[in-house]
Design a protein around this ligand. Structure first.
Ligand code: G1P
Length: 316
């Protein structure tokens, strides 16, 4: 069945990134590099691979670095061109979206993810669209959003990426209340009868959590426009999607791939290792380097303690 194509993506990038201070003191967290590309660049590439043509950034204060990243950098380009450094020149600009296909709008107050998406309403207009949270990286054969767009062409409606998490972590996620009576042809799809933002483990309707990829219908803007506050006093995207259930279908899509939570230090560092190992040009050297890290050496693991603790006597 033919559906309206998903042509536009919203990147909410207004967050302060305090978990990465001091790195994010003067630099947007979305510009932190995983190997040699900023987080937001991966999100952009994923969107493009899914057929997206229009890239909408909802920014905040101190996010100029993101705007500059999606523009030409004339001094550097002219320098590289003079030196005939073709490869480097390509890396600065060959991938840039066409002029007019990138938009920036500001979320003037940090009122939550739902509010950030609502700030893009005039740029989206009356068509279905995608949302990508750059903090959530997914390493997969087919890019995560592309998998979802394929599923969307089968079922339409609204789709959120989902994965199972330990029950103890439900307070950090939007959680799906699964409609077990509904049958879906694609086994990766589950139908939702509700969504709950950040429930306590004993109140969570399941352990199926929302990961930062969404395909949404434009009616979401009417609901977000009511500016109702939800969990942690914020205007929650999860609540607005949940409100649509009954009028529109909402599905969870169990994507293929491994997700890295780059909103936190451990996930971010793990993503760097995973992406470095995924690169043919540096895979072997990276593995050798990892093997040289004393704390990863199993023969010595008994002697190595947590950071800050001292080595056992014979090692000093
Ligand atoms: C946001 C969403 C949440 C989702 C999560 C995925 O939460 O509100 O529903 O599960 O992203 O990363 P945040 O991480 O901004 O607290």
């Amino acid at each position: 069945m033919s559906r309206a194509p998903i042509r536009k993506v919203v990147f909410p990038v207004g967050g302060l990134g305090t978990r990465f201070l001091p790195a994010t003191k003067s630099m947007p967290k979305e510009m932190l590099p995983v190997v040699d590309k900023p987080l937001i660049h991966y999100a952009f590439e994923e969107a493009r691979a899914a057929g997206i043509e229009q890239f909408i950034f909802v920014t905040g204060r101190n996010k100029h670095g993101i705007e500059d990243h999606f523009d030409h950098v004339y001094e550097l380009q002219s320098h590289l061109s003079t030196k005939n450094k073709r490869r480097e020149l390509e890396l600065t600009s060959d991938w840039l979206p066409s002029p007019g296909n990138v938009s920036f709008t500001r979320q003037q107050e940090p009122l939550g993810l739902g509010h950030a998406v609502w700030c893009a309403r005039h740029l989206i207009g009356d068509e279905p669209f995608a949302v990508i949270l750059a903090d959530d990286m997914v390493q997969s054969k087919t890019p995560c959003l592309k998998q979802m767009v394929n599923a969307y062409h089968e079922v339409g409606g609204n789709i959120v990426a989902v994965m199972d998490i330990p029950r103890s972590e439900t307070k950090s996620y939007g959680i799906v209340d699964i409609d077990k009576s509904a049958r879906t042809r694609d086994k990766r799809l589950v139908k939702a009868k509700g969504l709950v933002e950040k429930p306590a483990p004993d109140e969570a309707p399941s352990t199926l959590s929302i990961i930062g990829r969404y395909i949404l219908q434009p009616e979401i803007f009417d609901i977000l426009g009511r500016q109702e506050r939800g969990a942690i006093g914020e205007i929650q995207l999860t609540d607005a999607i949940s409100t649509m259930i009954g009028k529109q279908n909402v599905y969870g899509y169990r994507f293929e791939g491994t997700r890295y939570d780059c909103g936190g230090l451990v996930g971010f560092v793990a993503a760097n290792v995973a992406w470095a190992l995924g690169r043919k040009d540096i895979h072997d050297k990276m593995l050798d380097e990892l093997k040289r890290i004393p704390a990863l050496d199993t023969r010595m693991s008994g002697m190595y303690k947590k950071p800050g603790q001292r080595y056992s006597a014979g090692m000093e």
